[in-house]
Design a binder for this molecule. Sequence first.
Ligand SMILES: [Zn+2]
Ligand SMILES: [Zn+2]
Length: 49
Amino acid sequence: MTCQRCYGDVYECSDCDGQTRKSLLGDTLPCSTCRSTGYVCPQDGGYWQ
Ligand SMILES: [Zn+2]
Ligand SMILES: [Zn+2]
């Protein structure tokens, strides 16, 4: 997985564990860190795509 802005490697978001964390209702939690993409770019943050 690479960033579509700087073409560097993106890493799995540690705040939501790559969007694998679920709410009590089983829904995927919205994440402001990765903008709910599950991945974060070290340079662009959640704005990598
Ligand atoms: Zn980037
Ligand atoms: Zn996240």
